[in-house]
Design a binder for this molecule. Structure first.
Ligand code: GUN
Length: 297
């Protein structure tokens, strides 16, 4: 039997309508939630991601604006802009789109963001709070993975979750969420990476397998168990002359092979991607709520 398709597009639509109600409630209390994004340079993927975030913000009633800087912007200029946004009372969330140009160091930029406005949840303060089980916000893609599982009917509680990939963006914070003794988490979590020996032996023991290595189609059918639930975090552009853009998106799993074998799987595109953007709006509303002292329930 073919796998159940876990549609991030559909699940994120439900979440977005819940968020819209929360944004309306905040506005009724005189607070307009506002997200400021900063993009440096013209990396095509970043341009496209930021556009998507602007569109979703408008859908849920979050006011958004993007500050665009040229590729050769000095680091000090970027840090000065972040300081200005930290001090701007009407701005509840700050997002600096990554990757940054090579001459700009990422860590000082992330650490310059006021943790209360850190809607990506990248600041070491927020990462630390997540790990000790007392989060302020949750990082967007890992939170999206958790939501797609829980809302798709596959709660990670008590399951063996195998995460392939240990990035600060995805693998490590997903571990931080799913390992907590909390509803929708409380999983046994294994994190695999480039130093892992006998990877397939471990991935085959997963109840839930999360592919987040950033390597196209690397999880093949022989690496998964028939009952597995597979979440594909990968977004890889591969050349495709038949497309107008010249490329198509593929995940980190061999979707076409897995879909006939596993219990459930997320597609690429239309899986984790739309969840990430919805979770960013979730964080913007939580940040706006925290900074205004109002309830959004
Ligand atoms: N680049 C790729 N993914 C992300 C993300 O989630 N946040 C930011 N700020 N940059 C990214």
């Amino acid at each position: 039997m073919p796998a159940k398709i876990l549609s991030g597009k559909e699940i994120s639509a439900d979440i977005k309508s819940e968020l819209k109600a929360k944004a309306d409630s905040l506005k009724d209390q005189g607070v307009t939630p506002r997200l400021i994004m900063v993009r440096v340079g013209e990396d095509p993927a970043s341009v496209s991601y930021v556009k998507q975030k602007e569109k979703t913000a408008a859908e849920v009633g979050v006011d958004s604006e993007t500050k665009v800087f040229p590729e050769d912007t000095p680091q000090e200029t970027l840090l000065a802009k972040i300081k200005e946004l930290n001090d701007a009372p009407g701005c509840h969330g700050i997002l600096v789109q990554l990757p940054l140009p090579r001459h700009i160091q990422q860590d000082p930029v992330i650490e310059a963001i006021d943790p209360r406005k850190d809607v990506d949840c990248f600041h070491p303060y927020n990462v630390g709070k997540l790990l000790i089980g007392n989060p302020y916000l949750l990082p967007c893609t890992p939170h999206g993975v958790q939501q797609i599982l829980v809302r798709g009917g596959y709660s990670p509680e008590g399951k063996h979750v195998v995460i392939c990939g240990r990035s600060n963006l995805n693998g490590k914070p997903l571990f931080g969420i799913l390992v907590q003794k909390k509803t929708g988490a409380n999983a046994t979590v294994t994190v695999c990476h480039t130093g892992t020996k006998n990877l397939a032996d471990i991935t085959r023991r997963a109840d839930i397998l999360v592919a987040a290595m950033g390597s196209p189609k690397s999880i093949t059918a022989d690496m998964v168990n028939e009952g597995a639930v597979v979440v594909d975090v990968g977004v890889n552009r591969v050349e495709d002359p038949s497309k107008k853009s010249g490329f198509r998106l593929v995940g980190d799993t061999d979707y076409e092979a897995l879909v006939d074998k596993v219990e459930a799987i997320t597609p690429v595109p239309g899986g984790v991607g739309p969840m990430t953007v919805a979770m960013l709006m979730w964080n913007t509303l939580t940040a706006a709520q925290a900074q205004s002292g109002f309830s959004v329930e």
